[in-house]
Design a protein around this ligand. Structure first.
Ligand SMILES: [Zn+2]
Length: 250
């Protein structure tokens, strides 16, 4: 009999992670935060951007939004992410487009980043999320040499997604992301679908600053509803990304 796994993944380490972590703690959600070792404390307030939101039927709309993008300072980050329901993974030392880098610069962004995060937090780092979801074969080789066993695409989901675990070269295909307005209805289908012999996975990712978009899904109440819905299921096993990989590959 397969099992149902639920995991979350948030990139960039911005101040809004405080709100996400409070909700995770409230509902017993486990997950992974993807941090850049060279960017703690970076402030970049009041960003305007045109963002794409995926609606319930899978169609997209573009909205101009404003949000703050302030990365937590090191002391606060150490305190916030050192909790037993949180895993830390790398996200590139300086959040660069790694497919455009080569040689030592690329190694430092991936392997050096993981080493520095391991030193800072006193833990082992096993995941690396490529900034902008962009990578090439050299990036994958550097990852593998550094002992980093998994990554994740930066893609949206689809309302008709199945819940099979998918990954190539350790790079996981997420089920949906925070800007997908169908995330809750998809989760309801995940909960209501009987588990067969195959394991089922609901992998949700996003950026916590997307909570400030003010779109139909970019709000704290929407994320809370998602977590609350997941928490009502007695079948779901809540895992960090690494725990998911360990469970599915052991
Ligand atoms: Zn990022």
């Amino acid at each position: 009999m397969g099992r149902k796994y639920f995991t979350v993944s948030f990139d960039d380490g911005t101040e809004q992670d405080i709100r996400v972590i409070a909700l995770m703690e409230k509902y017993g959600i486990r997950g992974t935060f993807n941090l850049s070792s060279g960017l703690f404390g970076q402030r970049n307030e009041g960003i305007f951007r045109v963002v794409r939101e995926t609606l319930e039927d899978g169609s997209k709309r573009q909205i101009k939004v404003k949000y703050d993008h302030n990365i937590l300072p090191l002391g606060r980050a150490k305190e916030l992410y050192s909790r037993d329901f949180i895993e830390i993974a790398g996200h590139g030392a300086h959040h660069m487009h790694q497919a455009r880098l080569t040689g030592n610069k690329l190694k430092d962004e991936i392997a050096g980043d993981a080493e520095r995060l391991a030193d800072i937090f006193g833990i082992e780092i096993r995941g690396h999320i490529f900034p902008f979801g962009k990578y090439n074969d050299e990036c994958l080789n550097v990852m593998e040499d550094a002992g980093l066993i998994y990554g994740r695409l930066a893609t949206s989901g689809a309302p008709d997604a199945d819940f099979a675990f998918k990954a190539e070269h350790g790079i996981i295909h997420p089920t949906c992301r925070m800007t997908d307005a169908f995330a809750i209805s998809l989760l309801e289908r995940f909960i209501n679908t009987p588990c067969s012999d195959e394991d089922m996975v609901f992998y949700f990712w996003g950026h916590s600053y997307e909570l400030d978009y003010g779109t139909s899904c970019g709000r704290d109440a929407y994320l809370e509803e998602l977590f609350k819905t997941a928490a009502t299921s007695e079948e779901i096993k809540f895992v960090t990304n690494r725990e998911l990989i360990d469970a599915l590959t052991s």
